[in-house]
Design a protein around this ligand. Structure first.
Ligand SMILES: *[C@@H]1O[C@H](CO)[C@@H](O)[C@H](O)[C@H]1NC(C)=O
Ligand SMILES: *[C@@H]1O[C@H](CO)[C@@H](O)[C@H](O)[C@H]1NC(C)=O
Ligand SMILES: *[C@@H]1O[C@H](CO)[C@@H](O)[C@H](O)[C@H]1NC(C)=O
Ligand SMILES: *[C@@H]1O[C@H](CO)[C@@H](O)[C@H](O)[C@H]1NC(C)=O
Ligand SMILES: CC(=O)N[C@H]1CO[C@H](CO)[C@@H](O)[C@@H]1O
Length: 630
């Protein structure tokens, strides 16, 4: 039998078959993760690289399940299966909170709201009520797909030069905060699709904030890394360093002010934040810390609701965010560049990595023409990035035996270097789907916590370009992305819902700033094109590029649960021979992924009816997340 992804990792090469009946897949969780690295190295020797070779498709229905429905099947800490519904967040507790909403009869949106509120409490390092989000929802029965842009906006008092006097205030301190959109976005999506009471969706998050929750290793690491700033801010210190040192993994953390704030928003609705008592307290704290956001800014915040952007590539349809996200068009452009080669077999080989990197470099150069469509006309750039003939022209500029300095890719504007964030995927029993990426930009956003509300301030203003910027690439800052009141900054966030022949095929997205687009592209290719199973597709070592500096960063890291994720030496050698400069990285993107198993094309023909296949949900081991199935 052919190697099959995660199973195949240990299968044919190590002899003992994950495919043999005596070794059910569920036992994988008890195997030492180092086996993965050894297997990966062996496979690399065999010549398969970016994506481990695999004979059969990842969605071909030959996977075994350990048990039937009821409780979701757990195969590894980072994987869950269900034929009913699933949630993949980057924290086990919040995946479970989302799954509980589904069990209570909720729509995928109910689960996403409950899980996002939970993340804001237990992962304040990545997201929360003081941040913003992109939410893509597809209703299976109608096929309707809607994009909710709840990204932070520049406050009314913002100006293009507001950070000229002290550039550090663009990312640190209350002046770095954009008007938060998170709660408004959750409410807008819930108003349209939610089935459960708004209040009920808050209950788990409120309980965690009030009764306390355990700090996970990922958050403990971030606290340690930012210890100086955490101790320096009275709000952060009270919650995360109550005894004068930052909390360690396993210690209990309580945030009673956040519990109270969430309770009011649960009871009174989002108006409590957007102009009401919670918002007033929040703004008072923000202004005391030097911010310029006003209660009127909160009152005037608007979620942008539009049809999801549709892009077609490699035989799949992608539903995602329109600009100011550069993610949907970015992924589509890369896939259309790669999809134009005669056969896709190369994707499994070393040359696939080289071509991918080249496509990423071209995409990065082009996407900096994008910005908030309410302020700049990006329609020309968007249709170009989605057009196959444009991708063909770029492909002709890719050379298989070499890479080029940045100038070759015609970068006009300095790159956006964004960060932070958390991505979650939900599919419910009706096969409605949600892809949501939420963020406070940086670890702990602006490094300020509002003491009266327990909410961490975002530093999303950092995602704008500013005229006076000294950029690391010595290119001018992108004018399409300059600050203006009410404007939203360009983003790399890439929540996507994937369709095949009109049926749901998967939900995907990631965190990690500029690396998000390359992350999502590689996970997609690994599963849908190479045929790795969903877990292996996420685990597989990735490569990244930011165009400037002209360096490929590759993963070689031991993640939290001890698993080693490392690009092979042979791959590195192959890329070096083509002139790539390589640098090891231990902070790549993080991806959550749900695959909906569809019948083989020949077996389909169910017409317009919604197919209900098995779901496999994966939370990236890089952030030590766990999904939950029903
Ligand atoms: C935006 O630009 C495109 C060409 O790139 C043009 O066709 C269109 O008319 C412009 N739209 C507006 C509103 O100016
Ligand atoms: C790449 O191949 C071309 C011919 O196909 C050759 O002219 C060029 O020197 C090669 N470049 C490198 C870096 O090997
Ligand atoms: C990855 O890092 C480990 C530990 O530093 C090192 O021993 C190994 O050679 C590295 N592997 C590659 C392929 O760079
Ligand atoms: C889901 O998986 C189970 C067990 O492998 C299988 O019996 C069932 O047919 C699958 N359902 C669908 C819709 O493919
Ligand atoms: C404060 C901060 O670091 N913000 C991050 C927001 O994203 C940009 C892009 O990476 C980072 O440079 C900033 O560091």
């Amino acid at each position: 039998m052919a190697a099959r992804g995660g199973g195949g990792l240990q299968g044919p090469l190590l002899g003992a078959g994950a495919d043999s009946p005596a070794a059910p897949r569920c036992r994988r969780s008890s195997r030492p993760w180092t086996v993965l690295a050894i297997a990966a190295a062996l496979l690399a020797l065999a010549g398969a690289l970016l994506f481990l070779s695999s004979g059969s498709g990842g969605a071909d229905g030959d996977r075994r399940r350990v048990s039937g429905a009821g409780g979701g099947v757990r195969l590894s800490p980072h994987e869950a299966e269900s034929d009913v519904g699933a949630v993949a967040a980057d924290d086990a507790r919040c995946s479970e909170v989302g799954a509980a909403a589904l069990r209570a009869g909720g729509h995928a949106v109910d689960a996403a709201v409950a899980a996002a509120l939970c993340l804001g409490v237990v992962h304040p390092v990545s997201s929360g009520a003081g941040g913003g989000a992109f939410i893509v929802v597809r209703n299976a029965a109608s096929g309707e797909a809607v994009a909710f842009d709840a990204r932070e906006t520049a406050p009314a008092a913002a100006t293009p030069d507001m950070y000229a006097a002290d550039p550090s205030t663009k990312y640190k301190g209350a002046l770095a905060m954009g008007v938060p959109g998170e709660l408004a976005g959750l409410h807008a999506a819930w108003s349209r699709y939610g089935r459960l009471p708004w209040r009920d969706l808050f209950a788990p998050a409120i309980r965690l904030a009030r009764d306390g929750y355990s700090i996970v290793p990922f958050v403990a690491r971030a606290l340690k890394k930012n210890e100086g700033d955490v101790l320096a801010d009275p709000g952060l210190r009270a919650v995360f360093a109550p005894e004068g040192r930052v909390l360690a993994a396993g210690e209990a953390c309580r945030n009673p002010a956040l519990a109270d704030a969430l309770e009011r928003v649960a009871d009174e609705g989002v108006a409590a934040f957007y102009g009401g008592a919670v918002g007033e307290s929040f703004v008072r704290d923000v202004r005391a810390a030097g911010g310029i956001v006003t209660v009127d800014d909160l009152r005037g915040y608007k979620v942008e609701v539009s049809d999801a952007m549709r892009a077609d590539a490699m035989g799949y349809t992608f539903l995602g965010m329109p600009p100011p996200s550069s993610g949907t068009v970015g992924v589509a452009l890369i896939l259309n560049i790669l999809g134009g080669y005669k056969s896709l077999e190369f994707v499994k080989m070393f040359i696939g990595v080289h071509r991918l990197i080249e496509a990423v470099k071209h995409m990065l150069a082009i996407r900096m023409d994008l910005g908030d469509p309410d302020f700049v006309n990006v329609s020309g750039s968007v249709s170009e990035m989605l057009s196959p003939p444009f991708a063909d022209k770029i492909r002709q500029r890719i050379v298989d035996n070499t890479t080029f300095p940045p100038g070759y890719y015609f970068p006009k504007w300095s790159q956006l270097r964004d960060h932070g964030t958390s991505h979650l995927c939900v599919v419910d029993g009706d096969r409605n789907a949600v892809a949501m990426t939420t963020t406070v930009n940086y670890s702990f956003g602006a490094h300020v916590l509002s003491p009266s509300t327990g909410i961490v301030l975002n530093n999303e203003m950092d995602d704008f370009s500013v005229p006076a910027e000294r950029t690391p690439d010595h290119l001018p800052p992108a004018p399409a992305n300059f600050i203006a009141p009410g404007k939203r900054p360009l983003s790399s966030m890439t929540p996507l819902i994937i369709l095949k022949n009109g049926q749901l095929a998967g939900v995907i997205g990631g965190s990690g700033g500029t690396d998000i687009i390359a992350t999502v592209t590689q996970v997609f290719l690994n599963h849908f094109i190479v045929g790795l199973d969903p877990l292996a597709a996420v685990q597989h070592p990735r490569v990244y590029h930011e165009l400037v500096p002209n360096v490929v960063t590759y993963e070689n890291d031991t993640v939290i649960d001890g698993e080693v994720i490392a690009l092979s030496g042979e791959a590195i050698e192959f890329l070096a021979q083509r002139g790539h400069r390589l640098q090891r990285s231990d902070t790549g993107g993080v991806s959550q992924f749900i695959v909906h198993e569809l019948p083989a094309p020949a077996a389909s023909g169910g017409g317009d009816s919604v197919f209900r296949g098995n779901l496999t949900a994966v939370s990236d081991p890089r952030k030590d997340g766990s999904p939950a199935g029903l």
